[in-house]
Design a protein around this ligand. Structure first.
Ligand SMILES: Cc1cc2nc3c(=O)[nH]c(=O)nc-3n(C[C@H](O)[C@H](O)[C@H](O)COP(=O)(O)OP(=O)(O)OC[C@H]3O[C@@H](n4cnc5c(N)ncnc54)[C@H](O)[C@@H]3O)c2cc1C
Length: 212
């Protein structure tokens, strides 16, 4: 997407990282049908767990439901990973409600009601997001790429200033060596890059200010 292209080392590092999807499903009920002492329902599927007649295959990649605190209303939050997380971005909310209800009834053996509202995230389909989590893949291990390689600034000569300055600096959750895939990791990489920009500005200030 960059014109001119990023340096090969940087674009190769980006290619090496993985980026995959997870989908959250919010089920809102008329009333709380779970017990006060329950916090959620984690589903343990065996390899040969049968799919009930009419049950969608994506359900087997559903890992469980958390019970949201009561100030959110009567809401269960379901988690789906892997390829199924992409499938459920494309099916109707009514279908998701029916499928989740089948799964809950199957695992809990209770008369679980249908939710009155369903909302699911669609990060994979969102052109500005395209997924949920970046991760260090086998390709990173093979090529010895580490997250902080992404912090390497792209330096270019600014003809107007006759200076070499960083013109592209990446930051974000993929670029932190130890706190990758977290908000605080993303934040710290932003701080690291901001500190570098300040350093350049301090060093080059006289030349930069004399031009503007
Ligand atoms: C389901 C889920 C649960 C999570 N739970 C936790 C948790 O409990 N604790 C935790 O620490 N972390 C958690 N994370 C991870 C955390 O949310 C991310 O690591 C963090 O938000 C990443 O920040 P970022 O700035 O790197 O990227 P983002 O927050 O993704 O910011 C990138 C921004 O760039 C925008 N963008 C993309 N392309 C363009 C473009 N071409 N032009 C303009 N804008 C563009 C995007 O819309 C987005 O707003 C969770 C993530 C997910 C998906």
């Amino acid at each position: 997407m960059f014109l001119p292209a990023l340096p090969n080392s940087l674009s190769q590092t980006i290619q090496n990282f993985g980026f995959e999807n997870i989908t959250k499903i919010y089920l809102k009920y008329e009333e709380r049908w779970w017990r006060e002492d329950e916090y959620g329902f984690q589903l343990v599927w065996s390899r040969d767990s049968s799919i009930l007649p009419g049950e969608a295959t994506w359900c087997k990649e559903m890992t469980g439901f958390d019970i949201m605190p009561s100030n959110y209303g009567n809401v269960l939050l379901g988690w789906v990973g892997s390829e199924s997380s992409k499938i459920i971005e494309t099916i109707s909310e009514d279908q998701i409600a029916a499928d989740c209800t089948k799964v809950l009834r199957k695992f809990l053996n209770r008369n679980v009601p249908m939710p009155k509202e369903v909302f699911r995230t669609q990060w994979h389909s969102n052109p500005y997001v395209r997924g949920s989590y970046s991760f260090s893949s086998d390709r990173c291990d093979e090529s010895c790429s580490k997250p902080s390689d992404l912090l390497q600034p792209v330096i270019a000569k600014c003809a107007e200033l006759d200076l070499e300055i960083p013109i592209v600096m990446l930051a974000g959750e993929a670029a932190h060596d130890s706190h990758f895939s977290t908000t605080h990791g993303a934040y710290e990489t932003g701080e690291t890059q901001a500190a570098r920009i300040l350093q350049v500005l301090k060093q080059q200030q006289p030349q930069i200010w004399s031009k503007y």
